[in-house]
Design a protein around this ligand. Structure first.
Ligand code: GLC
Length: 538
């Protein structure tokens, strides 16, 4: 079903996430910055994406690398100045690139002046801006809620004799979103950036904003098993995804609606059926509640086809889908599915119905980098070591060229580079016509050339063995996408699926223009887009 007749920029566009610490360093301190990003905008234009989303660049003690915000309307000196930020917005816009910021409203840094005041005394006017509770009768925490990063989610403040709640680190106290003053303050911060021309926000852990007003204990998780992160021992029934959260999301959207053409994205890890509630009543919530299902679905044709069907079916009427393959919290796709399948994954991401979000470096097949214990930076790994929750491996410096540190920095990078960075980098892969980078570029061009891919319906055709086959149709014209999710060849009878036309693109970049015969034969780990032959140019 066609839901958006004249799609907004974010519906037809492709989003690209930058983790600013790791994109490009311009002052040799080993940490990426805003000037560095400006210097690398050529890469984004050359790739052909439409918008960049920056992980947080606000002043922060960096306990959680910027997800602990000490000032919602400033820029951390490590990333540059407000003038640098303004220059980034100006330069990006001049190139037709939108800029999306990361809003972190669930919690602030413990060093935010709001929290400093709040903890000063029980009677401070800002006391109720955070979640303070008396100890349980035995003096322990007020309830059993657990921090996502290990341990109790409550921290005792000796001086005032109460506990405060932190869903993440104790340096990240949760704000009280039931307090209208808190809401007003964050909405003002949003307006500050929107007035500067920012095109939207990705809202951090938006499903956490409101907690149960009675702070009831969370029930145990019957599926908990050793090796899982400790917080998974409980089901977060009372600490996340409360109905009232949807009112807050609608309010945030209303703030964006005061401006033209802005985008609200929600970071939400929930089962699909709950996730889609965040589109809001009458679609007045988040335009894009992030769909992370591909990050955890087993990589085979049947499971992926079933996931797409389930998601398409769950979408409210008129809601616009979206897909994500990687981010700064999850293992790199190239390591999860393997180098060969990473190309198939790229074709899947960029040919499904809905807005794709790419993660920096995935376009050059960056791997999950092993991090030696002495190099660990991520507080999650430090608190819960050894079970594989560490996020440093997907946050390593972008690989630009074969110069020292792959061109990322003239100083010592804050995280190690991938072993093969001198070979697998933007400069080398750009020069190799069949590289994954050129595949991404070709896929992005194909999307621009064919409204079937940006606006068409999705029609599942087959999920048999390793073959995943679907059609994208718009205005009576179709494209077919055939993906081989395995490493053995597969074939499909053309008649059975109406496979007609020619190969517009193969993930192996060597079949363009080939006519489809009686069978479509795919090599191992190959995907193709098939469509009518392009009109001859006269
Ligand atoms: C989100 C961010 C993650 C951060 C957490 C706490 O999940 O993506 O990086 O650690 O929120 O802010």
């Amino acid at each position: 079903m066609e839901s958006v007749s004249s799609p907004s920029w974010w519906a037809s566009g492709v989003l690209y996430q930058i983790y600013p610490r790791s994109f490009q360093d311009s002052n040799a301190d080993g940490i990426g910055d805003l000037r560095g990003i400006i210097d690398r905008l050529d890469h984004l234009s050359d790739l052909g994406v439409d918008a960049l989303w920056l992980s947080p660049v606000f002043p922060s003690p960096m306990a959680d690398f910027g997800y602990d915000v000490a000032d919602y309307v400033g820029i951390d000196p490590i990333f540059g100045s407000m003038a640098d930020f303004d220059a980034l917005v100006l330069t990006a816009h001049a190139r037709g690139l939108k800029v999306i910021l990361d809003l972190v409203p669930n919690h602030s840094s413990e060093q935010h002046p709001w929290f400093v005041e709040s903890r000063a005394s029980r009677h401070n006017p800002k006391r109720d801006w955070y979640l303070w509770r008396d100890p349980a009768p035995d003096g322990g925490p007020p309830n059993n809620w657990l921090s996502e990063f290990g341990g109790s989610a409550w921290e005792l403040d000796e001086a005032t004799g109460q506990y405060y709640y932190h869903a993440f680190l104790k340096q990240q106290p949760d704000l009280n979103w039931r307090n209208p003053e808190v809401r007003a303050a964050i909405y003002e911060a949003m307006r500050f950036w929107l007035r500067k021309g920012v095109d939207g926000f990705r809202v951090d852990v938006i499903w956490h904003l409101i907690k149960d007003d009675q702070f009831r204990d969370n029930p145990p998780n019957p599926d908990f098993a050793p090796g899982m992160p400790p917080h998974a021992a409980l089901q977060p029934m009372y600490s996340t995804d409360q109905l009232e959260t949807l009112d807050v999301v609608a309010e945030m959207r209303a703030v964006l609606e005061e401006f033209d053409n802005r985008l609200l994205i929600g970071e939400i890890y929930l089962p699909i059926e709950r996730l889609v509630a965040y589109y809001g009543k009458e679609l007045k919530g988040a335009q894009l509640p992030f769909n992370f299902a591909l990050l955890s679905t087993p990589w085979n044709a049947r499971e992926i086809a079933a996931l797409i069907d389930r998601y398409e079916r769950a979408l409210p009427v008129g809601a616009w889908p979206n897909w994500v393959l990687g981010n700064h919290d999850r293992p790199r796709v190239a390591s999860r599915v393997g180098e060969a399948q990473a190309r198939v994954a790229a074709m899947l991401l960029l040919t499904l119905r809905g807005t794709p979000t790419m993660y920096y470096g995935d376009e050059i097949g960056m791997p999950q980098v092993p991090i030696a214990p002495q190099d660990v930076q991520d507080p999650f790994e430090k608190n819960v070591p050894g079970i594989g929750v560490g996020r440093d491996g997907c946050r390593t410096p972008m690989q630009w060229d074969s110069s020292p540190n792959a061109g990322f920095s003239e100083g010592r990078p804050w995280l190690p580079l991938a072993e093969d960075a001198a070979r697998d980098n933007v400069a080398n892969l750009r020069a190799d016509g069949q590289s994954i980078l050129n595949l991404y570029r070709a896929l992005l061009r194909l999307r621009r050339a064919h409204p079937q891919l940006t606006r068409g319906d999705y029609q599942p055709l087959a999920a048999e063995g390793d073959l995943l086959l679907y059609r994208r149709q718009h205005d009576g014209r179709s494209l077919l996408v055939a993906l081989n999710l395995g490493d053995e060849p597969v074939s499909a009878a053309s008649d059975a699926f109406g496979l007609d036309g020619e190969v517009l693109l193969s993930t192996l970049m060597d079949r363009t223009g080939e006519r489809i015969g009686a069978t479509l034969d795919l090599r191992g780990n190959e995907g193709v887009v098939i469509g009518p032959a392009p009109e001859p140019v006269v």
